[in-house]
Design a protein around this ligand. Structure first.
Ligand SMILES: C[S@@+](CC[C@H](N)C(=O)[O-])C[C@H]1O[C@@H](n2cnc3c(N)ncnc32)[C@H](O)[C@@H]1O
Length: 241
C-alpha cells in the first residue's frame, strides 16, 4: 500500500459519507451526522488539547496553524479561534465538504496530491495539529508525513498530534492485532459496508519518539479515551527545537 492507495481510499470514503468516515459513531452512517453536533466535537477536542499544551509549558498563541488531514474541517474550524488556519487533505471530496461546512471561509482548505508537504515552506507554521490521520497510512508513508510536519514548524512552534499506539484486547482490537491487512479490508468493505478499507497503523510511543527525535522535544503524551475502544489513543505535545 502506497500514498496513491491511501488517496484513492479516502477519496471514496469522502465521496460516499464524509462525516461518518471522519468520525464513526453509532447512528451516524448514511449522512445521519448532524453537522452542528459534528463540528461541536471538534471544539471540545481542540479546546482541551490547547489548554493541555499550555499547561505543560507550550505556547499559548499562534499566528499560522496547519490542520494536517483536515477532513471535513471539524478541527480546522475550532482551531480558527486560535489563529489563521490552513487545512490540508488528500481527498478532494473531503476538501469540498470542509468548504461547504465553512460558508464564511474562516479557514483555507488545500488539496495535496503529493506524497509530502512540499506545498508548504520550511518553518511556516506556529502550530501543526492533527487527529485521526497518521494511523490511516502505512508506516513508510506516515513516517514521511510526520517528518514533514516537523519541517514546516518554526522553531518554538508546537506539534499536537493524536495517533493510535497498540490495539486493545477488545474483539476488534484482537482482529487488528492478529488478522492480515487484506482480510481486515475485506471485512470492512463486505461485512461492515465501508465504501473503502480504512487502514490502521499503530505508532507506539517509542516509535513516534524515534521519528521526531531529531527536531522536536516531547513535552507530554496522554491517553485519550474519546475515540473508541479498539486502539489505545495517544496525544503527543511537542516543541520544535
Ligand atoms: C478520519 S479523517 C479525520 C479528519 C480530521 N482530522 C478530523 O479529525 O476531523 C482522516 C482524514 O485524513 C486524510 N488523510 C489521510 N492521509 C492523508 C495525508 N497523507 N495527508 C493529508 N490528509 C490525509 C483523509 O483524507 C481524511 O480526510
Amino acid at each position: 500500500m502506497d500514498f496513491e492507495d491511501v488517496q484513492r481510499d479516502w477519496t471514496r470514503l469522502g465521496k460516499d459519507d464524509p462525516l461518518w468516515a471522519v468520525l464513526i459513531m453509532p447512528g451516524t452512517k448514511d449522512g445521519r451526522w448532524d453537522p452542528g453536533e459534528f463540528l461541536a466535537t471538534g471544539r471540545i477536542e481542540v479546546d482541551a488539547a490547547l489548554a493541555h499544551l499550555r499547561s505543560v509549558g507550550g505556547p499559548a498563541s499562534f499566528d499560522r496553524i496547519l490542520d494536517f488531514g483536515s477532513g471535513a474541517g471539524r478541527l480546522s474550524q475550532a482551531l480558527a479561534a486560535h489563529g489563521s488556519v490552513t487545512g490540508v487533505d488528500i481527498s478532494a471530496p473531503m476538501i469540498e465538504t470542509a468548504r461547504s461546512l465553512d460558508p464564511r471561509g474562516t479557514c483555507e482548505f488545500v488539496l495535496n496530491t503529493r506524497p509530502d508537504l512540499s506545498l508548504f515552506d520550511d518553518a511556516s507554521f506556529d502550530l501543526v495539529y492533527s487527529s485521526l490521520v497518521l494511523q490511516h497510512m502505512p508506516e513508510h508513508v506516515g513516517t514521511v508525513f510526520l517528518e514533514e510536519m516537523c519541517r514546516v514548524l518554526r522553531p518554538g512552534g508546537a506539534l499536537v498530534i493524536q495517533v493510535v499506539s497498540t490495539p486493545t484486547l477488545s474483539i476488534k482490537g484482537l482482529a487488528f492485532r492478529y488478522a492480515p491487512r487484506r482480510l481486515l479490508g475485506w471485512a470492512q468493505t463486505r461485512l461492515l459496508s465501508y465504501p473503502a478499507p480504512m487502514h490502521m497503523q499503530g505508532y507506539p510511543d517509542t516509535k513516534f519518539a524515534r521519528i521526531v527525535a531529531s527536531s522536536l522535544d516531547i513535552l507530554d503524551s496522554e491517553t485519550d479515551e474519546t475515540y473508541g475502544g479498539h486502539w489505545v489513543n495517544r496525544r503527543h505535545y511537542a516543541i520544535k527545537r
